[in-house]
Design a protein around this ligand. Structure first.
Ligand code: PLP
Length: 387
């Protein structure tokens, strides 16, 4: 029996080998500290949990949710965008609820990509852009994010004849894994290119609220002309420590939002209403949640950067996200350096190659681990590199 070609075509899982080593080290009783995954260790704010508990008691919430999401949830999304970015969206036509933004990102190529269509996906990048494209029969092409360009893509690398064939471009700023941010001027340029070459922009804004030192990340919709060509994906996962809840949303061009709703209507039946009501509570009180979250990440970011600089790494203080993107020492591959750190320090970091071929030469450190453990991890890394 064979599984479908589209599954066989998926790239191999790169971390099998390193995961075997982690499992083996744990079995040997070693105290492994995992800085690999980006999944907040801090709990969901209690006011959100309490709202869920109340809403879970309401019988009306036990039935199938509406496909596009509760009216109240879509209105809360629209109000938050207005308050945060100064942009108005029609909650009936320009907002759709998602089962986490990953779900929406994975399904979006089904809405706009015909078999053989070209999709540019940030590389290094969140793997779902490429895989979602492949599952829909599209052809992903890497959009390189390179250090010499501060991890901002340079579209002039592509001949115009290729750009004319591009259907969709996936962008993500603040960026996972590089932690770089993009300016409104950059979005302006991409929106102009989208109009000129007739492509669609899917912007992943998952980290807009995880920012430091007063930095405020822009939405692509702060740019004129974006509403004709773009959709933006967002979620409560990172900004309110809600990764396990599975609730996100997309806003933007009405035709694109409608198409995504249509695909979803035929595949899933939406997010549990009680979770959507908790999402309303979260959106109304994001600032309150962030007041507790941001100082913790700031302290952690600082301690990681200081430790890395002490042993000679060329790293800078990210303005956003909970990742540090670290160039590996000469002579190492990203996988080799991750294995070295695992063996010498019992610390797990993510090899950059896992985010695409342009991620080679880097590893990603996530700071979503309790501060005392993170401190311990960095002390071990420093010792391993000094000795
Ligand atoms: C975490 C993450 C997401 C997905 O988050 P959800 O929990 O599915 O909302 C999307 N994009 C990027 C870049 C992420 O890091």
């Amino acid at each position: 029996m064979d599984v479908a070609q589209r599954i066989r075509n998926l790239p191999p899982y790169l971390f099998a080998e390193i995961e075997k080593k982690i499992a083996q080290a744990r079995e040997e009783g070693k105290d492994i500290i995992d800085l690999g995954i980006g999944d907040p260790d801090l709990p969901t704010p209690s006011f959100i949990v309490e709202r869920l508990c109340r809403e879970a008691q309401v019988a009306e919430n036990h039935r199938y949710p509406s496909y596009r999401g509760l009216q109240a949830f879509r209105e809360a999304v629209a109000s938050w965008y207005k308050w945060r970015f100064g942009i108005s969206f029609d909650p009936d036509k320009e907002v759709v609820a998602l089962i986490g933004s990953k779900e929406g990102i994975a399904h979006f190529p089904w809405c706009v990509v015909d078999p053989g269509d070209i999709v540019l996906a940030s590389d290094p990048g969140y793997p779902v852009y490429k895989i979602g494209t492949m599952l829909a029969g599209g052809v992903p092409i890497a959009l390189p994010l390179l250090p010499h360009n501060d991890f901002i893509p340079d579209f002039s690398l592509f001949p115009e004849s290729l750009l004319e064939r591009v259907k969709l471009v996936f962008l993500n700023y603040p960026n996972n894994p590089t932690s770089r941010t993009a300016s409104r001027e950059f979005f302006q340029e991409v929106v102009e290119l989208a109009h000129r070459f007739g492509f669609i922009i899917a912007h992943d804004l998952a980290y807009s609220e995880i920012s430091f030192d007063g930095y405020r990340a822009p939405s692509v919709f702060e740019v004129d002309g974006a509403r004709e060509v773009a959709i933006e994906f967002h979620s409560l996962s990172k900004m309110c420590n809600m990764t396990g809840w599975r609730i996100g949303f997309a806003v933007g061009n009405a035709k694109l939002v409608e198409a995504l709703g249509r695909v979803k209507t035929n595949i899933d039946s939406g997010v549990f209403n009680a979770i959507q009501w908790a999402g309303v509570e979260a959106l109304e009180r994001v600032e309150e949640a962030l007041r507790d979250i941001i100082p913790v990440y700031t302290e952690r970011r600082n301690l990681v950067i200081e430790a890395l600089r002490r042993v000679g790494f060329d790293v800078y203080y990210p303005k956003a996200t909970f990742y540090i993107w670290v160039p590996v020492p000469q002579g190492f591959t990203s996988m080799g350096f991750a294995e070295f750190i695992l063996e010498r320090a019992q610390v797990v970091v993510t090899p950059g190659i896992g985010f695409g071929k342009y991620g080679e030469g880097f590893v990603r450190i996530s700071i979503t681990t309790p501060t005392d453990r993170l401190k311990e991890a960095m002390e071990r890394v420093v010792r391993a590199l000094e000795g």
